[in-house]
Design a binder for this molecule. Sequence first.
Ligand code: SAM
Length: 216
Amino acid sequence: MSEHDPSDPLLAEQVAYYRAIAGEYEDHAIPGAGAAEVIAALDAFGPTGDVLELACGPGIWTERLLRQATSLTAVDASPEMLARARARVGERARFLRADLFGWTPDRRYDVVFFGFWISHVPLDRFEAFWSMIAAALAPGGRVFFVDDSYRPAEELIEGAASATVQRRLKDGTPFRAVKVPHRAPDLQARLGELGWEIAVTQTAGAFYWGAGVHAR
Ligand SMILES: C[S@@+](CC[C@H](N)C(=O)[O-])C[C@H]1O[C@@H](n2cnc3c(N)ncnc32)[C@H](O)[C@@H]1O
């Protein structure tokens, strides 16, 4: 896998956090409703054809995507997360270990999906990240993502204006991570400026989801 830019220790710490938390990740659910609405939206969107899942984590979405996908490639930087995802779905998906901030897609896909990832992309890497997605999409390809802006006060170690937060494992071990508190209308507008036609919808609960295409 491509190594992290050593000048960006925050992104390296973010990966270290997810590697360390893999075994307890599913115990850290975000409070509040909204998941059912997102799942209904994803099912209606229809992640069909050849699907690329970014930052797949332990494979919760991988499993759901496989209900409609013809093929599925799932990428994550954490071998611990990838092992959990593989244990969940077996060989039905192709798993790749890669740092998404240095990764070049190896082919084109009909759908790119990412769950709870866009908030972990620093704003100064936002445009490059979406360029990578554009390069990963086949003509007519579509994007679906889901995320939240949940940032409890105790995580805001640099204040509310900063995207850097501090998370803790159950044993109290602290890690810094990126958590950009996107608001649905602002995120939709930001994507529109980059040439994306993506509708971003806030659920009644904590989550927002986006679905759309790149206007080529
Ligand atoms: C919030 S979790 C989301 C996992 C999964 N998509 C879900 O919704 O349950 C973020 C994931 O991003 C992965 N990740 C963090 N930094 C990464 C990077 N630079 N490149 C690739 N994956 C990364 C972590 O290992 C983790 O699995």
